[in-house]
Design a protein around this ligand. Sequence first.
Ligand code: 13P
Ligand code: SF4
Length: 325
Amino acid sequence: MNTALKRQPDRLYERVRAFVPAVEWPVLATEIDAIAELKRTRNAVILAHNYQTPEIYHCVADIVGDSLNLAREAARLDAEVIVMAGVYFMAETAKLLNPDKQVLIPDPEAGCSLAESITAEDVRALRKRYPGVPVVTYVNTSASVKAESDICCTSSNARRVVESLGSPQVILIPDRYLAANVARETTVSIIPWHGRCIVHEQFGAEEVRELRRVHPDLTVLAHPECTPEVVAESDFSGSTTALSRYIDDQHPIKVALLTECSMSDNVSVEHPEVQFIRPCNLCPHMKRITLAKIRESLAFLRHAVEIEAGIADRARRAVERMLAV
Ligand code: 13P
Ligand code: SF4
């Protein structure tokens, strides 16, 4: 047995054995062991989004969660180095809330189709077109877009944030489907943008109906980045953490999680009694993060996230305003 396997107890492999072939484990265990040692010497923590692969989520992450959980936890950390196992906007949010700490993203190319759908210039144009209408910006955006916004939101608090403003009309950007799903639940008039998540837009209402025909006892849980038609066909919709809480609380027998593929893998580790039907789509951005890149990130302190001070101050205000709602 190599030293990695000696130092990393077998209980880690027990958690991920359904997803990691035994032949691959010695290599991954060596990475996991090296990461544990680097975290100690660097006084670092790893934040991991729910879409990270099981060997990251279950074997090296210190804190896991949805975008809101990760932002909240990032604001409380006292480590010197924060590694974001997630996508770039998540690392930027962690940096906004920890301006004096070193925030690293293992792969700076880990983007997001929603973040790419809108620029700061677009937000300024929206403000000109709808003078006086407040701008609520989903956290899946760049810091420069957040800087042009009144307040941020995530999928778990979007309706609450929209209604907190006391305005009859709100601009909710950039996800057109999140905006449409919120619009169905509120009397506030929503002005959307045309961004879409390349992962969630792929699910279709007919696919859900077919799943229910094949599995009459199925519980369908959908992320609100899915189309309103898909959300309407589902039993429950919520952020990634809300979806996993639903399973904790309601104990469904058979579940389809209409979201990114690793979500079912990660949740199934905690719920061996639940049968997961896996119609899922991979997020190519999330999948850029690997154990090897996390190790290199800690070893060489790369890739540090930096945000221009003028942008950071205004973007931080929008995020902090959300955290106060
Ligand atoms: P959550 O905040 O629900 O985790 O969503 C983030 C995301 O990128 C979903 O695609
Ligand atoms: Fe962006 Fe969609 Fe990937 Fe989430 S799943 S990071 S919204 S592209």
